[in-house]
Design a protein around this ligand. Structure first.
Ligand SMILES: [Zn+2]
Length: 68
């Protein structure tokens, strides 16, 4: 089970990865109401809400610091 990197809430990956559309680059879009993700430093990070993703985008080091 994936957890939101910002708030720690569990994320249902099946919901988060449900395909709702495609960008011009063919990348999957996810339903923001069920979870979202951000590509950072070669890895997809998952978040339960756009709000959490925004916090991560502003200062990713703050949330990655505790990870090894
Ligand atoms: Zn969160």
């Amino acid at each position: 089970m994936m957890k939101c990197l910002v708030c720690g809430k569990a994320i249902d990956l099946e919901d988060a990865e449900t395909k709702t559309g495609e960008t011009a680059f063919g990348a999957k879009e996810v339903d923001p109401s069920k979870g979202t993700r951000q590509f950072h430093d070669g890895i997809w990070y998952y978040f339960d809400t756009l709000n959490c993703r925004s916090k991560f985008t502003v200062s990713p080091q703050r949330y990655l610091a505790g990870k090894t």
